[in-house]
Design a protein around this ligand. Sequence first.
Ligand code: ACO
Length: 322
Amino acid sequence: MSLRSIIAGAGGYLPERVVTNDELARTVDTSDDWIRERTGIRQRHFAGPHETAAFMGTAAARAALTHAKAEPSDVDAVILATSTPDQAFPATAIRVMAALGMQRGFGFDLAAACAGFIYALSVADGMIRAGQAKGVLVIGSEVYSRILNWQDRGTCVLFGDGAGAVFLRASDGSDTDQGILSTHLHAQGSLGDILYVDGAVGQRDRPGHLVMNGREVFRHAVTRLAEAVDEALNANGLARRDIDWLVPHQANRRIIDGMGRKLGLAADRVVITVDRHANTSAASVPLALSEACQDGRIKRGDLVLLEALGGGLAWGSALVRM
Ligand code: ACO
């Protein structure tokens, strides 16, 4: 019997406060035109004091469980991708477990910046295939508004806060072709200085702010992501035309459009949220996936390609039959 992981449900959470480009332009030397033209972003959500990674991750997890018609008691493990945890420890994943009222199971956080959700999905899939867990919550939850440098207009206009989650259920694969077909992870540490946070709790008096060389990130993103997409298709003997939906990391409309064109996908086959959410890092892929699953665009049987790239550089892809 060979086990596989089915995405049984997906959910998301966005902070209540919406900040438009015009509102940002009141305090940052920027404009709605510049932001829209370069990135496609119209607005973002910023977390209030109570909307931490654990709070938002819990809300997204609850939505994913409801969508899957599952209960917290069905969850064996919580894997939460974040670069903005509530605390150094306990893990934000375990805070989520407590908030969900889970009495058993295990949880941990995973840091791979914007690629965090793809990394977490891959780890969860491996655990399910190995028989270590039957129900896994995979969450991406981020409060980048807390690590932005408001003096750097080249980065502070690009990000937003939010959380997305999926609930994975083990299946023996005997009665369905659904499931995660494969995941593909990569990292190149020699490119660590083109996108990073210049501090952390482990560094005295330096909580850290995000620093980015946008042009370099852009250049690597398009090439690496195209490679990761072809790698996923080749591993499964599939072609670009077989993809029903692309759910990309939502960093920038120009990167997303470039990927869609490379894959030969019609624009309406690419899920876009960057215009409303901006870049929510590890939360962006599960937020986009949950939106398209919940509104009925992505249907059972569709072949969905997920991809993301971010600080590390770390990047990856996943191919899923819904
Ligand atoms: N508002 C107005 N003007 C601005 C702003 C702003 N917010 N930011 C920069 N500018 C100005 C610069 O000062 C510069 O002015 P100058 O020519 O007078 O010196 C001009 O705009 C061009 O600046 P660049 O940084 O060269 O702008 P670029 O065209 O490269 O666009 C951007 C910047 C949008 C970040 C682009 O590099 C990009 O898309 N990068 C991809 C990386 C990305 O999206 N990263 C997100 C996180 S990483 C990830 O998730 C993959």
